[in-house]
Every structure is written in C-alpha cells, then in structure tokens.
Design a protein. Sequence first.
Length: 322
Amino acid sequence: MTLINKHISQILVHILFWMLFVFVSLFLFSDYYWRENPFLQYVSLLVVIVYINHFFLLPFFVKKKFYALYIFVFATISFFATQLYCYAFAQCGCSLQKCLSDYLWQTLVPLIFFSFIWILYRFIDEQEEVVKVKKEHAEMELKFLKSQINPHVLFNNLNTIYSYSLEKPNETPELILMLSDNLKHVLYESNEKTISLEKEIQFIDNYIKFQTIRTEGVKQIIYNKKIDSSQHQIAPLLLITVIENAFKHSTLHSDILVNIEVENNRLKLVCENDFDIQKVTTNDFKIGLQNLEKRLELIYKDAYTFSVEKNDKFRVTLNLDL
C-alpha cells in the first residue's frame, strides 16, 4: 500500500463513519435525538475528543507502553464526555445511571472505532516496515554471498594465466581473452537479478576451459551440455559454485563429471567427483555449498531441489525451475 493510497483510504474511512454515525443517530432515533437533544452540537465536541485521542493520546501512550494508564484515561474521557452531554447539552436531569445507560454508547462508539482504525493502520505500517527490512536484508545477504564467490573465481583464473605465462606463453593471449569475458560477467552482469542462461553457460564454458588446461594430465574432465533453449533467465553465478567446488576438492588423477541439462524450463546440474573423506568435514569444503543453498533459498524459495551425496563419489544435484 503506497503512502498516498493509505492516506486516502484513512480519510474515506473517517468520512464514511461520521456520515453513518450521524445518520443512525438522527434518523433511526430521530424522535429522541433530533427533537429533544442538541445532538449535532455534541458531535462537534465528539470530533474534537476523537481526534485528540487519535493524534495525541494513542501515539503517546502506545509509544510509552502505558496501556493500563491509557485505558484509565480513555474511560475517564468517555465518562465525563457523557456527563457533559447529559447535563450541559441535553439537560435531561436524569440520574447518573440512566445518563450512562442512554448516552454512553454514542461517546464510546466513535472512540473505540477510531482507536481500532489507528491500531490497524499502525499494524499495517509495521508489517510493511518488516517486509522492507527483510527485503533489504535479503539484498544485502545476496550481495555478500556473491562477493564471496567473485574473488575466488577470478583468483583461480589468474593463477592459471600466471602458470601458462611461464610454461606456455603462446597460449596466454587466448586465456587473457577468456578472462576478459569472465571479468565482464562477474563485475557487471552478475549484479543483475537475472541474466540470460546463454551468458551463464558461456561463463562456465570458459571456466571449464581454464580448468582443462590447468589440470591437463592430472584430472579427466567430462563436460556435457544438453540445452533446449538458451533464452531462459537465471540468477548469475549459481552453477559455478557447484562446479568450482568439484575442481577444488577433487583428488588427483580422478574424473570430474559436469552435466547440464535444460528442458521444459527446468535446469538440472549434476556434478560428480572423487573426494578425500577427511576434507569433507572441514569448513572450507562446506562453505561454498552452504552459501549456494542460502542464495537458492533467497532467490528461488520453493522452485529448486538441492542434494549432496557422499558415497563412493561426491555428487551434487541441483534442479531449478527457470
């Protein structure tokens, strides 16, 4: 609810209530109120009492949490306002008991109603503030989690380029070009909420190429893609966490399987590698996947499944509705 719409709705509620209140009082009880009692004069005083309560008393006592004292003040105002109506406006000359039984309701009804309206809109404001804070917290957490991912990816790529600049300088220009593409992806495109799947897959292709060169003769990489359309959108830097984790923690002279399938708007990533059982229990091993799960929960909520199996191989499976 926008600020303008909220104010307009409050004004309409107030106007409609006073119209209904006066109508009921003057027309349904016309003989009693219209002829014998100066009700309209009292309405003006009642309006003053209601809005003093609305703008001053309620905010003050609720802020201070003096709830019992507010109830006492509320009851006192209602009592004396009714007495004022009986003996100053109506001059009915009735007993205190009859005065309260006949006239107290017309003081209590608007006071209770507008107190309820004030509490209701205050509750709405608080809920909107909670939603805003949660949204800001989620955005900050996403930025934090992505900041943990980005330097690590770039660090690995730079290490590969450094190694090849010494051992195979002729292959360095191609690696630099690939790194340039990845830098663009990480520094600019990853700041978007979603990007095209094509760009994300290109980023992964480059990463796989880096790792293929880097682990040549040490690890066997099996990389398969089956994508029905690259026009899908995906949150940036999700898949790379799983893939990077496999390379980082796989054992020497082992196979790494990376399989990506996209069909009917559903993506499935399977990443499988040999692992050292002693490293599985370390925080360094777990932190990347834990961060990924947090991002998935923040972004995709109920639109994903994520599983980790540790049998003869370490297998991570991610299913995602695009």
